[in-house]
Design a protein around this ligand. Sequence first.
Ligand SMILES: NC(=O)C1=CN([C@@H]2O[C@H](COP(=O)(O)OP(=O)(O)OC[C@H]3O[C@@H](n4cnc5c(N)ncnc54)[C@H](OP(=O)(O)O)[C@@H]3O)[C@@H](O)[C@H]2O)C=CC1
Ligand SMILES: CC(C)(CO)C(=O)C(=O)O
Length: 312
Amino acid sequence: MNLTLTNAASPKIAIVGAGALGCYYGARLARAGENVHFLMRGDLATVRKRGLTVSVPTETFHLPPETLHTAATPGEIGPCDLVIIALKTTANASFRELITPLLHDGTAILTLQNGLGSDEELAAIFGAEHILGGICFICVNRLAPGEISCTSTGALSLGEFQRPATERLRAIAEKFTRAGVKTTVSDNLIELRWRKLVWNVPFNGLSIAAGGITTDKIMADPVLENEAAALMREIAAAAAAHGCAIPESFVQKQLDTTRPMGAYKPSSLIDYLAKREVEVESIWGEPMRRAKARNVPTPRLEMLHALLHALT
Ligand SMILES: NC(=O)C1=CN([C@@H]2O[C@H](COP(=O)(O)OP(=O)(O)OC[C@H]3O[C@@H](n4cnc5c(N)ncnc54)[C@H](OP(=O)(O)O)[C@@H]3O)[C@@H](O)[C@H]2O)C=CC1
Ligand SMILES: CC(C)(CO)C(=O)C(=O)O
């Protein structure tokens, strides 16, 4: 497969999982003039009537329904040059059914999902050469159907699955950048994923396990702060055993940057409080299993995983 973005000047883009994250990035790309097709489920009727409204700290923008391409099935969209996946990882069993009708020989499949495992699952079904991944440092919520609120636009980091950055990866990053998303490319997607887990594992996990608390409460309690730091070090050790060096300074930086975040609700806590399924296996289960496979002890992660299983 030629690793370029087909129709690079005007690629046909599908958003699979048009919830908070998918609608946010999809709306930004559509506003920048890209040919974006939203595969929608629960919100379809409302979005077809009222369009999409996205608020970010600096502005609110609206995309009227007549400017949007929306579909109830992937078959209505047909083959695309780029498929962006923003499903919760708890919906990964639908990959084959949702993505197959969107493919041609050169389709790039970019998953923006949290945790570990989705890249490999997609590669096993569709072929490794199609797969790219992204890490989103963003806090976005769906307030109502078609109403997206983003309290921190953060940054997006993209990488190829098991290969260094390619021309196609840079072309996709350029699309996001043009759409106003701060985007970087990396030669090492798996290291990006482990690094993000250094934050997600302790804060998403403890916020639920400690009774549904925000990150400021974790940081204000010396026992919980120590637990967060210890969990971070377990993830760093597991990452090191997979060839991804994460220095102690990175752990310290995560703690330092969390302090001023105030009463922040990690995305898993929002799911938990809304009684939605929590992404337990991709955020805690898969890192735990990968650590075990390399004989890295992760007792705290194992306990947290068990607690989250019981609670969610
Ligand atoms: N939100 C955030 O700030 C961040 C999220 N992430 C990650 O991004 C991913 C997506 O998160 P988020 O956007 O918050 O989740 P949402 O629940 O808001 O969005 C998921 C979307 O997938 C749709 N979906 C699920 N199954 C199907 C199906 N079979 N057919 C069609 N659509 C389907 C849902 O449909 P329906 O509308 O019917 O529910 C929903 O719109 C997760 O892995 C998350 O961890 C990463 C960083 C930040
Ligand atoms: C890092 C952060 C806070 C935002 O992307 C996140 O991943 C989450 O809330 O789950």
